[in-house]
Design a binder for this molecule. Structure first.
Ligand code: SAM
Length: 288
């Protein structure tokens, strides 16, 4: 409990508590203590979370906080916090707010000047990245791709030249069509990893170029079950292109749209000062 900056009255704390993504041993001692001690637990699905709490012998009352009521009912949780009670926020699995409800509540509580404390733990994207063997120094999380093919392909197009490792969540019944679209847009050779059923009995981490990964999943219906994360290696410029600035590539592309390749490379070299031979090679690559 802390004091409100505005009134000086005692206010509670909102704890954002991560819960396991499969293996129940992955909950921290601190998370269990907080879930026991708070006055109320705001849960995405109370019927789901009651089983988790029962497993650990925790009898703290639960109240629903899901995407449909979060905005209107946030006020109820805020009132409890303002009355000096501590509240914990949990989702069905993993870290709340990560492709899960909680954002509106956290924003509302912070805006009211009440402290929000993270209690870290399992998160599928981080677990997957930590074991995938793809570059992990820089990465982006895209959450779920659009369910319909047109939207999904458009999103993938926008990510085609993203140099960082890209991480997606995907539903099992869409995994094959999703990898198929990735293969079509990002290329069959792009390295990728399917991380499935993490921390559970059938945990699988399979790393293959997208083309082979697609065929491997298609050949085994077991790989189209359970929960999955897809990680795709970032785009790498074809050989030679890294030596050419983005501006020079832009000039080259504009000229390539209007002129024969040799002439475009020569003119682009004159305009940008980049070696003609290098631009010629890059132009060949880009036309391919
Ligand atoms: N908040 C969660 C987290 O911290 O990872 C994510 C919730 S999101 C609604 C559920 C998605 O997370 C699943 O569809 C799947 O893509 C991924 N996921 C959750 N648990 C997983 C697991 N054990 N193995 C692989 N992916 C998992």
């Amino acid at each position: 409990m802390s004091l409100s900056a505005a009134s000086g009255a005692a206010v509670g704390t909102l704890y954002v508590v991560a819960t396991p993504i499969g293996n129940l041993d992955d909950i921290s001692a601190r998370a269990l203590r907080i879930l026991r001690d708070v006055a109320l637990i705001a849960a995405e699905d109370t019927r789901h979370s009651v089983r988790l709490l029962q497993h650990f012998g925790i009898a703290t009352p639960l109240a629903a906080c899901h995407e449909h009521n979060e905005r209107e009912h946030g006020g109820r949780f805020l009132a409890r916090l303002q009355a000096g009670e501590d509240v914990a926020l949990i989702s069905d699995a993993g870290t709340p707010l990560i492709s899960d409800p909680g954002f509106h509540l956290v924003r509302q509580v912070r805006a009211a000047g009440i402290s929000v404390v993270p209690v870290p733990g399992a998160c599928a994207l981080i677990a997957a990245l930590s074991a995938a063997g793809l570059p992990s120094d820089r990465f982006i999380f895209e959450g779920f791709l659009p369910a319909k093919a047109v939207g999904r392909r458009a999103r993938l197009e926008a990510l085609r030249e993203e140099p960082r490792t890209v991480i997606f969540y995907e539903a099992p019944h869409r995994i094959l069509e999703c990898i198929e679209d990735m293969r079509a847009v990002l290329g069959a050779e792009r390295p990728a990893v399917l991380a499935r059923e993490l921390t559970k009995t059938f945990e699988t981490l399979k790393g293959l170029p997208l083309g082979e990964l697609h065929d491997w999943i298609a050949a085994d219906s077991n790989q189209q079950r359970g929960e999955c994360v897809v990680l795709v290696s970032g785009w790498q410029a074809p050989e030679g292109e890294e030596a050419v600035s983005g501006e020079a590539l832009r000039v080259l592309d504009l000229l390539l749209a209007e002129l024969p390749l040799k002439r475009a490379a020569a003119l682009a070299a004159e305009i940008t000062g980049v070696r003609k031979n290098l631009l010629y090679q890059v132009a060949l690559e880009r036309q391919r």
